[in-house]
Write a new protein. Structure first.
Length: 161
């Protein structure tokens, strides 16, 4: 049997499960690296997915706890789109992906893992990244540790300000 190394999963498996929404973050940036928050705007922020589909999997989410796209204010909607554009630019610089999937799922029936707090997914893709592991083993292989990815992306987000 093959063994895949994913050390960040142990924190999730053994660690306490949050009672609060994972997208409701503190007002201060003291925990940003631990929470993998890459950028903070006025109405939304960019965070890495702790359980990514691919290396560099990011999410854009409003600070305000809303569950539907139509619940966003015009300002929130505009800044979320600007944050998505910024995220795509950073991912293109850092990883040179062949493509990018971006979107959102509204509601549990549509596949939203955390349906109560709207979030937009941004997933870099490479030709051939869905290898036999994903198809037959139902396993994704993430080639870089999450904190290494965070430390590679964070300066690029900071430089864009």
């Amino acid at each position: 049997m093959e063994v895949l190394w994913a050390p960040w999963r142990l924190d999730y498996i053994l660690g306490p499960k949050p009672d609060e929404c994972v997208f409701c973050i503190p007002d201060h940036p003291d925990e940003d690296e631990r929470r993998l928050v890459l950028w903070r705007g006025r109405t939304c922020f960019v965070i890495m997915n702790k359980f990514p589909y691919n290396n560099g999997h990011l999410m854009v989410t409003p600070y305000r706890h809303v569950s539907c796209l139509t619940d966003l204010t015009e300002e929130e909607a505009q800044e979320c789109m600007a944050a998505m554009r910024r995220s795509v630019a950073v991912l293109k610089t850092a990883f040179r992906p062949h493509g990018i999937n971006a979107g959102f799922n509204l509601g549990e029936a549509a596949g939203a893992g955390i349906a109560a707090h709207l979030h937009f997914q941004i997933v870099p893709r490479w030709n051939g990244d869905a290898s036999f592991m994903a198809v037959f083993g139902e396993t994704n292989v993430i080639p870089e540790h999450l904190l290494s990815t965070y430390r590679r992306l964070k300066p690029l987000f900071d430089a864009a300000d």
